[in-house]
Every structure is written in structure tokens, then in C-alpha cells.
Design a protein around this ligand. Sequence first.
Ligand SMILES: [Zn+2]
Ligand SMILES: [Zn+2]
Length: 135
Amino acid sequence: MNSRTASCCCGQLHITVHGEPLGVGICHCLACQQRTGSVFAALAAFAGPYEVSGAATEFVRTGDHGSRFRFRFCPLCGSTVFHTEEGRDESSVSVAVGAFADPGFPSPQDSVYDCRRHSWVQLPAGIAVSAKDPP
Ligand SMILES: [Zn+2]
Ligand SMILES: [Zn+2]
């Protein structure tokens, strides 16, 4: 099966996932903008099992629908690498697309929190757009 490894900027924290992504999406919400330092987040969901190596610092954020997202980032370089959603489908993981350092990574099918999208950000043709986060 096809495997991919995502890594933080300094190479200390890695996650290896298997198979093709369950979905790839981008999020324009303000929390994702502040978390990533970019103007939107790009995330790919993968089914487990997955393997993590290295130390991660965690931050839990509660989303608009009450979901609790546990973000893991590198304590040395600060890169955000992956997160899980507590209580729901804990075997899957969402990985920051940029952490794969692969410009050929599959493109997103979903764009959420369009209400927070910077006006200059152009979306790819055919992507599904939601004003907020669909429940
Ligand atoms: Zn690092
Ligand atoms: Zn977001």
C-alpha cells in the first residue's frame, strides 16, 4: 500500500500514513489562520493505523459544533503536523498537507469557512464550497 510521511520543519516529528486520503480540504477559519500562520489550512484525512515518531506538544481546540480537535505540533520548531478529533472516529487522523512537502499531493475537494476567505484567494474549479463548517 502507498505510504506517505509528513514531517515538521526540523525533522523531529513524523507521521506515516497509508493508502490514499479519505478527503483533502482547506479551511479558511480564523483559528486555522492563526494556528498555521497562513491564510488558510490544508488538511488531508487518512484512515488508521498510522505511525508517529518524535515528540509532540498538544493543543485542544473546541470547534463550532462542540468537536474537540487535538492538534500536535513540534515542540522544537513549532510546525503543526497533524490532529485528531476526540470521541469521533479516533482511528483516523488529519495531517497538514504542507507537512508532506510534496507539491504533487492530491488537490482538495472541499473548502470550508468561505465566509473567512481572504478575497484574493482563488479556489480551484469544481471544489465544494461551504460558508461555514458543514455539520
Ligand atoms: Zn520540528
Ligand atoms: Zn479551520
